[in-house]
Ligand binder design. Structure first.
Ligand code: NDP
Ligand code: 2IT
Length: 449
């Protein structure tokens, strides 16, 4: 059994129990690095082995997903649901469809989700699911058949009081609709088993916008601690999906200038700054099967496309990585800092490598880890769940205010647990300790289970 007071032996223990899972090790190391000192100060958590218990998922379900493409060819993919912890509420977390999905990726995401969901203040446990299915270039019918086959197994593991999935990379409103349709057909239950649903059948206003907008609200809260505003600042954003486009929209609404967006083929640099029209074009374009961002430069001549590159080489005041894990490495972090970047708000989950995070922490810039900065999405999912249970709809303005309040409460919690005597806030520490404490205290209340 691990020696709890020592990060390296704790990580050896985690690595030996979870071989070949580098993303999971990375996420655990980041949490354990700040939680172990907290546990030393509060030995009750060490005695109950809370951190060891939290790094072991309640269960991992893995299953075959067989489906037929439009030409009648049969395909086999692997689906998963990682149910990590339901200490403070039903398992809750997105579903990702991407060829890079492995058990390691979903365990890192499920583990992060425990602390993120706790930070929202809403009663949600942590989980994540997905499949190594590549939706790129697939027709609408193929997507439907895949989603139906996936849910044909998943339905027996989920439920509004058990586990409530939502979207993530490769899963948006369309996929949630197909999965909900199949769930409803085979269970005969119309309930809040999924979030991110369409407005016609129980979805919540503001859910699509919530993650990107929330990451910008969090950025704004951080800037305020230094007497600064978003207005007049330049931003580099990566990704061009749900989170990135809504973050771009909100930066623009706040008077900032968005210089970049990216996808897996490269990034666009628009020195004049993206407009509402350009962002709307990206949203429409990226919905087409297999569409690449490169086409942007044919439409908007001032912009340049950098094939195979990432946006972090463009000088900016603030950066929002909103695509995927490990998309911002140590060298890129050093470049951002050297170019004068003062704040980073992670819209994606673990987009910054371990080395990159330490570069930002050492430079003492404002750095918000994903579990705090992108919690707006799952928070709005939590509000969708409560609207479903109460069978009512809240208005956009009401939900926008609720989202702002939740993001500002998360910011306050980070300051409370991560603020130093000199006024500098370590948001990594703050988010981990605040997220951990509530879950840990619930686990203590349950005894040894
Ligand atoms: P989308 O599928 O809408 O968009 C994903 C974007 O990231 C696309 O531009 C995609 O490019 C790019 N991308 C994906 N994988 C890679 C890769 N391996 N290398 C380079 N680019 C990549 O997903 P979301 O916007 O929903 O999710 C983005 C991030 O935000 C993820 O980390 C997700 O976990 C996180 N997140 C999402 C929430 C939500 O509510 N949706 C909530 C909280 C966090 P391409 O089109 O070329 O694949
Ligand atoms: O990473 C995330 O928080 C999400 N993909 C959203 C999860 C949710 O249940 O809304």
């Amino acid at each position: 059994m691990a020696k709890i007071d020592d990060l390296s032996s704790f990580m050896d223990w985690v690595a030996s129990r979870n071989p070949g899972e580098p993303e999971f090790h990375q996420a655990v190391r980041e949490v354990a690095g700040t939680i172990l000192p907290f546990i030393q100060e509060n030995p009750v958590y060490a005695e109950a082995r809370i951190l060891e218990r939290l790094t072991e998922p309640d269960r991992v379900v893995s299953f075959r997903v067989t489906w037929e493409d439009d030409a009648g060819k049969v395909h086999v993919n692997r689906g998963y649901r990682v149910q990590f912890s339901n200490a403070i509420g039903p398992y809750k977390g997105g579903i990702r469809f991407h060829p890079s999905v492995t058990q390691s990726v979903l365990k890192f995401l499920g583990f992060e989700q425990i602390f993120k969901n706790s930070l929202t203040g809403l009663p949600m446990g942590g989980g994540k699911g997905g499949a190594d299915f590549d939706p790129k270039g697939r027709s609408d019918r193929e997507i439907m058949r895949f989603c139906q086959s996936f849910m044909t197994e998943l339905y027996r593991h989920v439920g509004p009081d058990i586990d409530v999935p939502a979207g993530d990379i490769g899963v948006g409103g369309r996929e949630i609709g197909y999965m909900f349709g199949l769930y409803k057909r085979i269970t005969n239950h119309f309930n809040g088993v999924l979030t991110g649903k369409g407005l016609e059948y129980g979805g919540s206003l503001m859910r699509p916008e919530a993650t990107g907008y929330g990451a910008v609200y969090f950025l704004e809260n951080m800037l305020h601690t230094r007497g600064q505003e978003i207005a007049g600042k330049s931003a580099c954003i990566s990704g061009s999906g749900n989170v990135a486009t809504h973050a771009a929209e909100k930066i623009l609404q706040r008077g900032g200038k968005v210089l970049t967006l990216s996808d897996s083929s490269g990034f666009i640099h628009d020195p004049a700054g993206l407009t509402e029209e350009k962002i709307a074009w990206v949203k429409r374009h990226k919905r087409k099967p297999g569409a690449r961002l490169e086409a942007f430069t044919a439409e908007f001549k001032d912009a340049e496309f950098h094939r195979g590159k990432r946006p972090w080489i463009v000088p900016c005041d603030v950066a929002l990585p909103c695509a995927t894990q490990n998309e911002l490495n140590g060298e890129e972090a050093r470049t951002l800092v050297a170019n004068g970047c003062i704040a980073v708000s992670e819209g994606a989950n673990m987009p910054t490598t371990d080395e990159g995070v330490h570069c930002f922490l050492d430079a003492r810039i404002l750095f918000a880890p994903g579990k705090a900065a992108n919690a707006g999405g799952v928070a709005m999912s939590g509000l969708e769940m409560s609207q479903n249970s109460a069978r009512l709809h809240r208005t956009s303005e009401d939900l926008r205010q609720a989202l702002k309040k939740i993001m500002s409460d998360i910011h306050d919690a980070c300051v409370r647990h991560g603020g130093g005597k000199d006024g500098h806030v370590d948001y990594v520490k703050g988010a981990n300790v605040a997220g951990f404490k509530k879950v840990a205290d619930a686990m203590l209340a349950f005894g040894v289970v």
